[in-house]
Design a protein around this ligand. Structure first.
Ligand SMILES: [Zn+2]
Length: 146
């Protein structure tokens, strides 16, 4: 399992902009690559703890784990409450910590054991851009017809 470098950058960016509050989200993977983060409605964020309200989880939503930030204390060590959450919400859990630089994060499994997560350099938006180019081409062809 790996994580797209763009997705990791995004996670660190959001951690930074939410600071000093804690941010929490769920991780989604495509094949063996974590490439999506989504925020849950009803997620409570305070300077103490981020709490996932499991009853707010949309039905049929697939996720492989969670992500949250530790503004204070600035450590990637999971808390007791984190371990309870990890056990219920998948097998990949990222914790980021202040100051949220490139190496201020760790990944854990459902038992809270540290696990390796490869950072994969990949362009996630490429497909979308290609589609836009195709549309431009169609538009040009239509104009030529007139
Ligand atoms: Zn935590």
């Amino acid at each position: 399992m790996g994580i797209a470098s763009d997705t990791l950058d995004f996670i660190l960016e959001v951690s930074k902009s939410t600071h000093p509050l804690e941010f929490i989200g769920m991780l989604r993977a495509d094949e063996n690559l974590i490439a999506y983060v989504f925020f849950l409605p009803g997620t409570v964020s305070s300077d103490e703890n981020a709490v996932i309200q499991m009853d707010m989880m949309p039905l049929g939503l697939s996720y492989i784990g969670s992500v949250h930030s530790h503004p204070h204390p600035s450590s990637t060590k999971p808390s007791e409450q984190d371990l309870l959450m990890f056990a219920e919400t998948g097998d990949y859990h990222i914790i980021t910590c202040y100051p949220y630089e490139a190496d201020n994060w760790k990944c854990y499994d459902s038992k809270g054991e540290e696990r390796k997560l490869e950072v994969v350099e990949i362009e996630l938006e490429e497909e979308e851009e290609e589609e836009e180019e195709e549309q431009d081409e169609l538009r040009t062809r239509e104009e030529l017809r007139w």
